[in-house]
Design a protein around this ligand. Structure first.
Ligand SMILES: [Zn+2]
Ligand SMILES: [Zn+2]
Length: 423
């Protein structure tokens, strides 16, 4: 008997946390331990788990919705934790920043973060590690640099937990490949389980043309972007396809440096390196003023949903002129300023109505429904599929599609705290 219990990310996107367990009082294996945020931007945590009941923790990648709660397990004890070397480094940066911004709401401190980080061995794809009853191997997930899927052997069962996954090649990471990997149970994300993404080349072409249009007429373009992954993907694309002044601002700078020092995790490393050499970081407030007063400038700045960071400064300065543009390239969660900007043209009271051109481009780092189905079918021996990290709507659509296209497979769409027993 294998038990799969969903502690977070059941019919919701974020606070990913799943345990796999052989039962009979044996310890379980914890896969991710993340957070998400309520309407007031306060962090929400997954169901509690006792460190003494956990044989090990796998962190698939450094986004806070997968790792933001993990240091909680290292406050009073130690839990053996594995992640790729790059994820380990990025976790340190992301969680330190999280403590700086939301520390008041967190049940752990920086010292607990370092207890966790210092205990993670240097680890890469395809290495195997034994955590109690569970043998774990990390496979490339194609989502962001360093991201992995967890392949787990538990007794007679083989299980794959995809974490967040992408099935197309991007500049930063090559796509997830699993052909022939045996998985009796696949625990798969379904963020875009109801979406067909447009072909990436088409999105890139439209994006570059739109930027050229705006800058040719003397307008400035603000591109709010997530500082981990999306920003560097966009900067590398701009290096290849746009000639003009490009600047980047915010935590993007620090993560750019980290990516540069981990070439083995980057798909188009040369292009990434050249883009960093070519484009200019913004390090002083006076530079910001010169950029917004100038013409034909492109600024990639965090935060991606305009919840804060230098992007908000640029937005305020550029919003009033229809010659300028704000091009959104990241997911916009409901209730965020970025989502408000797309839906009604007013990101916040503070900024007011935006007269600049506003447009959204689908640069998702999650597979859409076709990619997810293709991925599922390329495993061998699949008997159970558990869909997590998905909205109610996307989850229902996706599970229906799985039932339509795969025979003899039990499909589950669990709620939080639900346990699935597998014979
Ligand atoms: Zn992610
Ligand atoms: Zn996620």
């Amino acid at each position: 008997m294998l038990r799969v219990r969903v502690l977070g990310g059941g019919r919701e996107v974020g606070r990913a946390a799943v345990t796999v367990s052989l039962g009979d009082g044996r310890q379980s294996l914890l896969l991710d331990y993340g957070v998400n945020f309520d309407e007031e931007d306060k962090p929400r945590f997954p169901e509690h788990v006792k460190p003494s009941e956990v044989a090990g923790l796998v962190l698939t990648h450094a986004h806070l919705d997968h790792v933001g709660a993990a240091p909680m397990l290292h406050v009073t004890s130690k839990v053996s934790t594995v992640a790729t070397a790059l994820t380990k480094r990025l976790c340190e940066i992301m969680i330190k920043d999280f403590i700086k911004i939301s520390g008041y709401y967190l049940p752990y401190e920086e010292v607990d973060l370092y207890n966790m980080i210092d205990g993670i061995p240097d680890y890469s794809y395809e290495n195997e590690v034994q955590l109690g009853d569970y043998r774990v191997k990390l496979l490339n997930a194609g989502h962001i640099p360093g991201s992995s899927m967890a392949y787990v052997e538990a007794g007679e069962y083989s299980v794959v937990y995809t974490g967040d996954v992408n099935t197309i090649d991007t500049r930063l990471v090559s796509r997830a490949r699993v052909s022939g990997v045996k998985a009796d149970v696949v625990i798969i994300e379904g963020t875009y389980g109801w979406v067909k993404h447009p072909p990436r080349e088409l999105v890139e072409k439209e994006f570059l043309e739109a930027i050229k249009e705006v800058t040719d007429r003397g307008g400035n373009v603000l591109i709010p972007a997530f500082s981990l992954g999306r920003a560097q993907e966009i900067l590398t694309l701009l290096y290849e396809g746009f000639e003009g002044n490009v600047f980047y601002d915010g935590m993007i700078r620090q993560i750019y440096e980290v990516f540069i020092s981990y070439p083995e995790y980057i798909n188009k490393y040369e292009e990434l390196l050249k883009s960093k050499e070519e484009f200019k970081p913004v390090v002083r407030p006076s530079q910001r003023r010169r950029i917004v007063d100038g013409r034909g400038n492109v600024i990639v700045a965090s935060a991606g949903m305009l919840k804060g960071g230098p992007a908000v400064y640029y937005l305020k300065k550029l919003a009033g002129d229809p010659l300028n543009a704000v091009f959104m390239v990241s997911y916009q969660a409901p209730g965020t300023p970025g989502r408000h900007l797309l839906e009604d043209g007013i990101p916040s009271e503070e900024v007011g109505p935006v007269k600049a051109r506003v447009q959204w481009f689908d640069f998702s780092s999650h597979a859409g429904v076709d990619g997810l189905l293709e991925l599922l079918k390329s495993f061998s021996n699949v008997k159970h599929v558990v869909v997590v990290h998905t909205s109610e709507k996307a989850g229902k659509y996706f599970t229906e599609k799985i039932r339509e296209t795969m025979n003899d497979v039990s499909v589950h769409l669990p709620h939080n705290n639900e346990e699935i027993m597998i014979e």
